[in-house]
Design a protein around this ligand. Structure first.
Ligand code: ZN
Length: 182
């Protein structure tokens, strides 16, 4: 087994362990780990991304933000490159909620290409979930989320990955339509 593959499995196990008591927002109470797995799947299946560092960063992308995982742990297990991608897509939780959301838009243009890929797949996953596995939010709140997610994606500046950008645009359009009807 190649080193990359074995590290990828370690990342999957690490993320599953760290997120094991968490659920996604939404009525169906889906285990949280389904989300990072889906982000990695979107990168691979839609974006045709094969770089293992990007796929590992996708699995790990919420561990620092939402669990007690530390930068040191990630660094030790997965190395500097994966850790730095994860850190780039990690919100600073000492900032208040609205500033954190605004800051994602400010930060987006300066992200590395790898972090932009994870960001794009994450936003595709989130807006798809809002339509298909809706959280207990008002239509207005869902619409606002979609509009904010589009601002973040637009701020990435395009030319990151055409397949992912097209998928985001499709899902966004579909989401806006569905929310109009609902
Ligand atoms: Zn995420």
């Amino acid at each position: 087994m190649s080193l990359n593959f074995s590290l990828f499995i370690t990342a999957l196990d690490f993320a599953a362990e760290k997120h094991k008591l968490q659920k996604r927002k939404g009525k169906a109470s889906i285990p949280y780990i389904n989300h990072p797995i889906k982000v990695a799947k979107i990168l691979s299946e839609v974006g045709l991304v094969t770089e293992v560092n990007v796929l590992m960063a996708a699995l790990l992308h919420d561990t620092i933000e939402d669990t007690e995982a530390t930068t040191e742990e990630l660094d030790f297990l997965f190395g500097k490159e994966v850790t730095s991608i994860v850190l780039e897509v990690t919100d600073d939780k000492t900032m208040e909620w609205q500033s954190r959301k605004d800051y994602q838009i400010v930060k987006a243009p300066n992200l590395s290409r790898e972090a932009k890929l994870v960001k794009l797949a994450d936003k595709i996953c989130n807006i798809t979930d809002i339509v298909n596995e809706p959280p207990d939010w008002s239509a207005e709140r869902k619409r606002k989320y979609l509009v904010w997610a589009k601002k973040v994606v637009d701020a990435l500046g395009g030319n990151v990955n055409q397949h992912l950008e097209e998928r985001f645009a499709e899902q966004y359009q579909m989401g806006i339509e569905v929310l109009k009807e609902g």
